[in-house]
Design a protein around this ligand. Structure first.
Ligand code: DON
Length: 312
């Protein structure tokens, strides 16, 4: 089923339909994340993909209207919300280099004095959420309001079951946060920060919602209502960090295959940006060994190959 929300034509719909058909014939789809029990029940073969044009026209194929766990995709939005508030001072507390390590790794933090490599590994995202929490008093609530406004979907919400599941299995994130706190790089009490972070990750949203919410990065910092969230330069910076760090320790392979800024989450979603043109979100819960959606990366690879769109 295809539903249009605004008026411009669904330019890429035939491409999306072709990709969905091709993937239907592809056997391997990876495995759903099982370290968060609430995610383990997802069918790895589920597939949805949406494109949002700059004017808010959105269309898609498969399960593109079905909410799924946004997980680390939310790290892009908290980064943008904090950067908009504090500007470059943020970069004194988190780096912007690829880590080459898994998303939940602790190993670099001690060598690098509690400053995480980038905002998209868990350690870096915890720093960003901590700083947003200090500035707003409710980082997860700020994020939810932003996602609702950009997607136009006021029903978006936290998934209490996923948040509780993460809290119950959150020892590694707690270790990361306490370790960084020992270097003075966390302002808030660790349990309060973890509560914000787990609620942030638990937000359930569809491909349509997330493609629309990413639109400001294709519009060089301009939100859906025409107001500016980020300067043009900051939007470039966020896109650059997505390209180099957005898919964990597979960011090089993602850039090679897809050639777009992208951010994945262990719920099986991936957002991607074609600056000045459109945004995409693809969802398929089967993950590869680095935590990226197998069909999601394949679909974005096919999209840029078939359309010739990429940042290169
Ligand atoms: O921190 C976690 O384990 C999850 N809530 C987020 C995981 C995720 O999507 C991977 N992130 N980079």
């Amino acid at each position: 089923m295809v539903i249009m929300t605004t008026t411009s034509s669904p330019t890429f719909l035939p491409v999306l339909e072709r990709i969905a058909e091709e993937l239907e014939r592809t056997p391997g789809r990876g495995r759903a994340a099982d370290y968060i029990p609430a995610l383990a029940a997802c069918d790895p073969r589920t597939f949805g993909m949406a494109v949002a044009e700059l004017d808010g026209t959105v269309y898609g194929v498969g399960e593109w209207r079905q909410p799924f766990s946004a997980q680390s995709i939310t790290k892009v939005f908290t980064l943008a919300l904090d950067l908009a508030r504090e500007g470059d001072e943020l970069w004194e507390h988190v780096g912007r280099e690829p880590s080459g390590n898994p998303f939940n790794s602790l190993v670099q933090l001690e060598y690098e004095n509690g400053i995480p490599r980038n905002p998209f590994i868990n350690a870096g995202a915890l720093v960003v959420t901590d700083r947003l929490q200090t500035r707003t008093g409710d980082a997860a609530g700020e994020l939810l309001d932003f996602l609702r406004a950009e997607s136009g979907n006021l029903a978006l919400d936290f998934d209490q079951e996923v948040a509780a599941s993460e809290t119950a299995h959150g020892d590694r994130n707690a270790a990361l946060a306490h370790f960084m706190a020992s270097y003075g790089n966390i302002d808030n009490e660790v349990p309060a920060l973890l509560d914000q972070y787990f609620r942030q990750c638990s937000i359930a949203a569809s491909c349509a919602d997330l493609a629309l919410a990413t639109g400001f990065l294709a519009r060089h910092g301009i939100r859906a209502d025409g107001s500016r969230l980020l300067s043009r330069s900051q939007a470039k910076q966020v896109n650059a960090v997505m390209l180099t760090c957005g898919t964990y320790d597979a960011a090089g392979d993602f850039a090679y295959r897809v050639g777009l800024p992208g951010k994945s989450g262990v719920g099986g979603g991936i957002i991607a940006v074609v600056p000045g043109r459109c945004t995409l979100c693809v969802w398929s819960p089967g993950l590869d060994e680095r935590g990226n959606s197998v069909a999601g990366v394949a679909a974005l690879d096919r999209f840029t190959t078939l359309t010739g769109l990429s940042v290169f």
